[in-house]
Design a protein around this ligand. Sequence first.
Ligand SMILES: Cc1cc2nc3c(=O)[nH]c(=O)nc-3n(C[C@H](O)[C@H](O)[C@H](O)COP(=O)(O)OP(=O)(O)OC[C@H]3O[C@@H](n4cnc5c(N)ncnc54)[C@H](O)[C@@H]3O)c2cc1C
Length: 409
Amino acid sequence: MNFGIEDSAEQGAFRDEVRAFLATAVPDNLEHAIDPVDMSYEQYQIRRALGRKLGAKGWLYPSMPVEYGGGDLSAEKVVILHDELSRVGLALPPYYDSGGKMAAPTILVWGTDEHKKRFLPPICRGEVRTWQLLSEPSAGSDLAGVKTTAVRDGDVYRVNGQKIFVGSSHGADYSWTIVVTDPKGERHKNLSWLMIPMNLPGITVQPMDLLATGGEAGSGSGVKNAVFFDDVRVPADHLVGGENNGWKVATTHLEVEHGGTGRLADRRVIYDFIEMCRDRRDGYAICDDAGARAEIVDLYIEAEITRLFALRNHWLAHTGQPRSYEGAQYSLRRKLSGLDMAEKMLRIAGPCVLTKDEKWGPLKGAIEYFQRDAITALHPGATTDIQKVVISRRLGIGGREKEKAGTLR
Ligand SMILES: Cc1cc2nc3c(=O)[nH]c(=O)nc-3n(C[C@H](O)[C@H](O)[C@H](O)COP(=O)(O)OP(=O)(O)OC[C@H]3O[C@@H](n4cnc5c(N)ncnc54)[C@H](O)[C@@H]3O)c2cc1C
């Protein structure tokens, strides 16, 4: 009996089209750095070029409207695109870009027509790359407590402050952030949302050295940075969603970042690890051991359940279904299961998973990176504690009214 999910004729034809496209569009000299921090500028540019080719077909941000450079594809076709990119070791987009993933859906909901026409097409076509600059030294979980200010001065805002744990390697064209525009205003009603061109004078980017920096195959962010704004003059019409309305604007990208639209790039490394356990060396394979086999099955189940949560959220968001706690539920699950799977790999294969040594490190160091990344991944996009806070609020636990899920198109 075949329990596999088969493509319909239309889906199969689309899969063939994507596969044929990738066969010619992905160059032979594409390399995969295990740790995103090691991705060279040249390899980054190769990914940007591929992004522009995907963008020309509306496939870089396939859920965005066609009029703004997206593909407006069905939920299923978007899954197929991700599947096929994953087969060649890439994610969508094939480089770190919080612009299309989070800023574009936000501008779509909160921007004026002028904002949409100006900002969205270059993002969707892959012509610009943007960073998300939210966290500050004293405002991570308490994001509404940001201190960076933007003071109106004629036709510009003068921005001063500092962000931390942000961005990626190899620079960005734009960054987006929330800033205090009414220092005396009530909490949550004192903030605004700004798109900031990164070539403006007064911006300093200072790389940080972290245990790991997260991301999917081919889309890892690489170096995280502290970013300083020293009297940066940002055009006033780059403020999206109205002055002091920034917290409402943020509900859209926070919903996306907290898992509300799922995350379709699979953790391919888990499946590669399971294959590795079948490899026979000197007559022995890890899966010969009954205890290891039981752990491998648990590992597979963990990965599949997490993948299915992501698929469910993609479907909920894509088909306009009611949403509540599901984003935070998936994000919490993904973070905790990542840590759990890292521990399982350590038990299954032993301490070799802690090294990237050429001879002893499994999968050229990919498992060693997974061990580091599973720990740091508990933090970005809201910590596990904050995901529990969000779930409680959405369910109305603690006497509160049920909080609504963030606004999506
Ligand atoms: C690898 C990495 C990548 C990142 N990328 C980005 C990025 O691209 N852009 C960006 O803006 N930021 C980024 N961040 C920052 C990230 O969003 C913050 O680290 C995160 O929001 C937590 O903030 P914090 O580090 O200031 O910890 P804090 O907020 O100070 O929290 C410290 C501890 O207290 C707990 N805690 C805090 N408040 C509560 C509460 N109300 N209830 C229960 N427990 C609580 C937290 O869970 C945590 O364990 C990144 C961080 C890392 C590690």
